[in-house]
Write a protein that binds this ligand. Structure first.
Ligand code: COA
Length: 200
């Protein structure tokens, strides 16, 4: 079952996000705090805040936020981004992530979102039609990168975006000290340094 998050389950969803992201990209993680802060951001799509249940178990979540692309002529194009998206550790790699995101993308289209940009793993997101932004010559803080991905929900919306620049909405950049303080209210978990992490 996929439905909108209820206020009463916010904490449970933050626990899910924390467990799912823990030690994946850095020792510990920040994403549960990002989600906590994002819910009260003006650019947050309340109607695109989804949770996924299998029987009575909360196994997934995804949220969306407004974003923009700065075009070469100085004008801006409205787009959206999404994340955190998390699947419960016991249910990863069973296609629930794909099912949840495919559902959410349809809803995003119904909400009038015309294109999405996000930093992510091509191996997963390409399954749902995401492509590398560098193939459209869309830049990330002025540079060409492999991890910036896009998907048009309205065909052709990102045409004429040559050298457009994407910057992650500020809401994603939480204060790490604040995130650490917030984390203290959760059950203790060991932070580990792993070679696979991208933030050292
Ligand atoms: C990333 C995530 C949402 C994917 O959801 P999932 O249910 O585990 O993935 P799915 O089973 O739907 O994956 C479908 C396909 O995408 C690809 N894929 C998924 N996760 C992948 C990963 N971590 N690395 C490489 N390919 C991946 C695989 O091809 C997979 O098919 P396969 O398992 O048959 O090889 C989930 O693993 C998760 O919560 N990870 C931790 C948090 C996170 O990284 N969130 C995304 C941040 S951008």
């Amino acid at each position: 079952m996929i439905r909108n998050e209820l206020n009463s389950e916010e904490r449970a969803v933050e626990e899910l996000v924390r467990d799912s992201f823990w030690n994946v990209y850095r020792p510990g993680c920040l994403e549960h705090y990002v989600l906590h802060v994002m819910r009260s951001s003006p650019g947050f799509y309340k109607e695109l805040n989804f949770v996924m249940y299998l029987d009575d178990v909360l196994i997934g979540q995804v949220v969306f936020h407004k974003a923009e692309l700065k075009l070469k002529d100085g004008s801006t194009k409205e787009i959206a981004t999404f994340g955190p998206i998390a699947i419960h550790n016991d249910y990863k790699r069973k296609k629930y992530g794909m099912i949840l995101l495919a559902f959410a993308l349809n809803k995003a289209k119904e909400q009038g979102i015309k294109a999405l940009l996000m930093e992510g793993n091509y191996d997963f997101y390409s399954k749902l039609g995401f492509e590398r932004a560098k193939d459209k010559n869309i830049l990330y803080y002025g540079s060409t990168v492999d991890f910036l991905l896009y998907k048009e929900l309205e065909e052709g919306y990102l045409k004429d975006c040559d050298q457009a620049n994407y910057m992650t909405p500020k809401v994603y950049y939480v204060d790490e000290k604040e995130a650490e303080d917030f984390d203290l209210s959760f059950k203790p978990m060991e932070k580990k340094k792993l070679d696979s992490q991208i933030f050292k």
